[in-house]
Structure formats: C-alpha cells, structure tokens
Design a protein around this ligand. Structure first.
Ligand code: PLP
Length: 376
C-alpha cells in the first residue's frame, strides 16, 4: 500500500524536492551554498511578508520558539501567554524553564482567545512580550492575530511573538503590515520539507529588545545568526540539504502566488469541514477554524483512536488523534503544505469507510459528494 500522510506536521514532501535534497552534500562555506542561501533569504522574506531578515535555524520549530524567549527577554521581564492548546502550553513551559515570570490567558480548547482579555491584561501589567499561536494545531483553532497585533501596537515596549508554524504559507499573516514582532515557523508544515529547519523573523522593535536581552543563550543566538545571514551564511553548519530543498519549494510556491496558496488551503479546509458536517459529525472548532488542520469530534461511542488505527491498518494512512483531554474524542486531518483537492477526497473516502466499519450509521458517500460539490 502506498503511504499517505495527513498529519498536521510532518507533511508530505513533493518528489522534485526529495530529488533536490538527495543531491551530493554541498559544503556550506562555498559560493554555491551562499548562492542558495541568498535566494532562500529573498523567498523567505516573501512568504513571511516582511522586509526583515528571516533567520534559518537547524532545529524543529520549538528551537525558534525557545530562541524567541531567550533572545528577546531579560531576567526581570514579565511575559503574557495565550494558551489554548498544546502549543500555547509550550510557550509558558519554555518561559518557566528559563525562569521568566509570566501570566497565562487560558483559553478553552476549541475556542479562539477573546482579544479583549489581552487588552485588559496589557492595561493591568507591564508585559515585555505577548506569546501566542496563529494556528493552534492541537485544537484546529485560528486565533485573531490581527486584532491582538492592533492592541499590542499601542505598547511601544511590548513585543508580539507569534508562532506561525501552521500558519505561514497557509493563511495571510503579513508580518510587517500587521505589526508582528517575532514570527516563527518550521520546515515540516506548510514548507513541504522534512523536519529540521526552524525560522524566525524579527521586527525592528524586537531587534531593539534583543540588544538589551540578558538571558543566557548560545546555539540559538539571533544576533549572530543575523550577522551571518546578511553574508548569506549561518553561524553554525546549516541543514544544507534541507535549505537546498527549501530553495526549490520557495520557487514553486512563488509560481503559485500567495493569494492562490491561501485560497488552496481555505478550499481544502472548507471541503473537509463540510464533509464532516454532511455525515453528521461535529467540528471541534466551528467558530474560528484553522485552515491548516481540521479537528472533528468522533461519533458518540467511537473512540477516535479506532478511526486513526483503522486508517493506518486498512489504508496505510496517517491522521492525528486528539491530545490530552481531547484524545479519543477528536481526530485531526492536516491539510497544509503539499496537498490538493484530490488528496482531500482520498482521505475523506477512507474516513467514511473506517467509520462504516466501526459501526457509525450514515449515508455513505455523502461527505465525499459534498466535497466534490465544493471542489468543483
Ligand atoms: C508543529 C508545531 C510546533 C513545533 O513543533 P516541533 O515539533 O518543535 O517542530 C510549534 N507550534 C505549532 C503550532 C506547531 O504546529
């Protein structure tokens, strides 16, 4: 059976990119490698919608998250975290690990944060930074980044740090025009690459704070990465084969165009949501759904682990279960990165077959029919 991956990261890698990455290893201190990084720099600025440099780190996405704490903040700073799921949780866990005082706005899973709460918090305390997700992958929720950016803009000494790991290259998230101060992402999501690269872009406001930061840092040192990327290189050995793959991905995405990329993701997301509703399932985040991943409640009486398992065994297909309290209650379908309409038809028909096998009563094919309607 052909392996089919529908996780919200890692995601499939296109064949031309796999071939590109299989080429002989290039030494990173050579003109050829510098040429690649020079091109990648421009491409990353384009997809981050920024004129600032986008740093390229050899790490999973969490590396860029940790760097956004240790490079931005100082020991006595106070931070605010929006926590609506596993990745929101990760922000305060990193802050805690570095001994940074922080408050948490706890958001019910499946819901987006109310921006008014952020405004209230900022009025009550002097926070140096607000940490949030654009797309909370564990719940399939899109948080209102623009609204929050508009609020944080009123505080010249407060930075907005956005985890865009399942949002950059999926939805419109214009870093400069919205006023995001740090935007981070990672290779194994919408960038159509294997895990191994993390990205971070910083506004002038954030770079100003970096100058004053007194937290210990060594490997994730944004200042030295910036100095190096301006010379088309990195401070340490880059994951050069992935960077070569990234050049091709960015070329391909540029041909598609930002608007088309956003439209493609929104259409696939709509197709999946509508198919679920068409066969009587409930969406986990109906009010503010992410275009990167759709979280769906399993039918009552069916543990969603059984759906995940049936897809794996019967179809060699990977989808994701819920996490923590949502484990067994929801299943998640990733549709960010190298996917198109037919991929959605494929995964949804497998889900309908699995649900039928597990005893759920519904009109078989109704979800697929709904998808066909939307995708045509
Ligand atoms: C995948 C992901 C991350 C990063 O996780 P890593 O395993 O470190 O790559 C962070 N935030 C979100 C929202 C994600 O989806």
């Amino acid at each position: 059976m052909k392996y089919r991956l529908y996780a919200p990261g890692p995601t499939p890698v296109p064949e031309d990119v796999l071939t590109e990455m299989a080429k002989p290893i290039l030494h990173h201190r050579t003109p050829a490698a510098e040429k690649i990084i020079e091109e990648v720099r421009e491409g990353l600025k384009w997809i981050f919608q920024t004129k600032e440099e986008v740093l390229i780190l050899a790490a999973s996405g969490t590396g860029a998250m940790e760097g956004s704490v240790t490079n931005l903040l100082s020991k006595k700073d106070h931070a605010l975290v929006i926590d609506g799921g596993k990745f929101g949780e990760r922000w305060w866990k990193i802050l805690k690990a570095h001994g940074i005082e922080h408050d948490v706005i706890k958001v019910e899973w499946g819901k987006a944060v109310n921006a008014d709460l952020v405004a209230q918090k900022l009025q009550s305390q002097d926070y140096r930074a607000v940490y949030m997700q654009a797309s909370e992958t564990s719940t399939g929720v899109a948080h209102p980044v623009k609204q929050i950016a508009d609020i944080v803009k009123g505080y010249p000494n407060t930075a907005l740090v956005v985890d865009g790991i399942t949002a950059v290259g999926v939805v419109n998230l214009p870093m400069d025009s919205w006023g995001i101060d740090i935007l981070v992402s990672g290779s194994q999501k919408a960038f159509q690459l294997p895990p191994g690269l993390a990205f971070a872009a910083l506004s002038q406001k954030a770079w100003g704070m970096v100058e004053k930061s007194d937290l210990p840092k060594f490997y994730f040192n944004f200042k030295s990465e910036k100095k190096n990327i301006l010379l088309n290189t990195t401070a340490y050995t880059p994951a050069i084969s992935l960077v070569a793959g990234l050049r091709l991905v960015l070329q391909n995405l540029k041909k598609e165009g930002l608007e088309n990329i956003f439209k493609r993701h929104e259409k696939m997301a709509q197709a999946v949501r509508s198919a679920a509703v068409a066969i009587g399932l409930k969406l986990y985040a109906p009010e503010s759904p992410s275009a990167a991943v759709t979280a769906i409640y399993g039918p009552s009486g069916i543990d969603t682990g059984q759906i995940v398992k049936t897809l794996r065994i019967d179809f060699n297909m990977t989808i994701a279960n819920g996490q923590d309290d949502a484990k067994g209650k929801i299943f998640r379908i990733g549709h960010l990165g190298y996917y198109d309409a037919m991929d959605m038809i494929t995964v949804w028909s497998a889900i309908e077959m699995a649900l039928t096998k597990l005893g759920y009563k519904f009109e078989k094919g109704k979800g697929v029919a709904k998808m066909m309607e939307i995708l045509m």
